[in-house]
Design a protein around this ligand. Sequence first.
Ligand SMILES: Nc1ncnc2c1ncn2[C@@H]1O[C@H](COP(=O)(O)OP(=O)(O)O)[C@@H](O)[C@H]1O
Ligand SMILES: N[C@@H](CCOP(=O)(O)O)C(=O)O
Length: 298
Amino acid sequence: MITIRVPATSANLGPGFDSMGVALQLYLTLEIHEKTATWVVDHDSGAAIPHDDTHFIVQAALQLAPDLSPHRLVVRSDIPLARGLGSSSSALLAGYAMANELANLALSRDELLALATRIEGHPDNVAPALFGGAVVAYYDGKHVFHAPLRLPKTHHFITYIPNTQLLTAAARAALPEQLPFKTSVAASAISNTLIAALQSDDFETAKYLIEADQFHETARQHLVPHLKQVRTIAHELGLIGTYLSGAGPTIISVVPKQAAHHLQQALATAKLPGKILDLVPDNTGLTIEKEDRIYESF
Ligand SMILES: Nc1ncnc2c1ncn2[C@@H]1O[C@H](COP(=O)(O)OP(=O)(O)O)[C@@H](O)[C@H]1O
Ligand SMILES: N[C@@H](CCOP(=O)(O)O)C(=O)O
């Protein structure tokens, strides 16, 4: 049996729209069992998700290797669908990695990244899902330029996941067609300064910049009214560093480890509908395990 494990990701980190993301310790696990006459997918993802070759992961694999023999697959996932935690990127990469293994395509990690980014349109989920940790990346339509981003080891990601789904495509439809030049300059300055602050371990500066996005959060605010509410609750505890995770609706607050429990409690007291998790980054990224051995085929 081959097991492929892919972490969840939280894209944007505030002002890093389409270019910054972090892998978090929630996982999609794909087990590849015996060959079968037709594809069979056992999963725990809900009644709306198919069990045959129309499953998203099988479709992704067949994109890369159309002649792949059918197998029995088992998919287990802690990553909620359509909540801004990169479920589609993790599933896409699981499918690509399966095709790479079963069809011996010998694609490198960078080649998989470029292929997955072409489908997603932006690398901010797929890059950290593949490499682990936080990543900054830019896609020029052909290549993905990427570099790791340092995050404070002392901080946790308090993650509020609403009960309701918000498809990324719907949240992208709310974005403006154009951004005024002045706003673009400010938005990229905020993002650049956030990267520099994080690289120099200056979270005191970084935390204000995480909340200063000018690319997407305002345009999406009507879809995620609880962003303001979570930010206010965190501010009341003196905690700065709350952002819309990916396209939403999940909201994440990056807070010192010792404050994590207080914020979790305050959010629980507010009775927001959904789940609140205390997460830390995954620093491994996509892994492949065969006969109890984790190996890299990239
Ligand atoms: N584990 C999975 N199994 C099947 N389909 C999945 C899985 N994960 C994601 N998807 C597909 O991706 C869609 C969500 O993608 P998207 O709107 O981009 O949200 P997210 O922010 O979670 O990536 C789901 O509605 C489903 O079609
Ligand atoms: N930069 C994208 C990220 C989408 O992430 P997802 O987890 O919501 O799919 C965006 O903000 O649209």
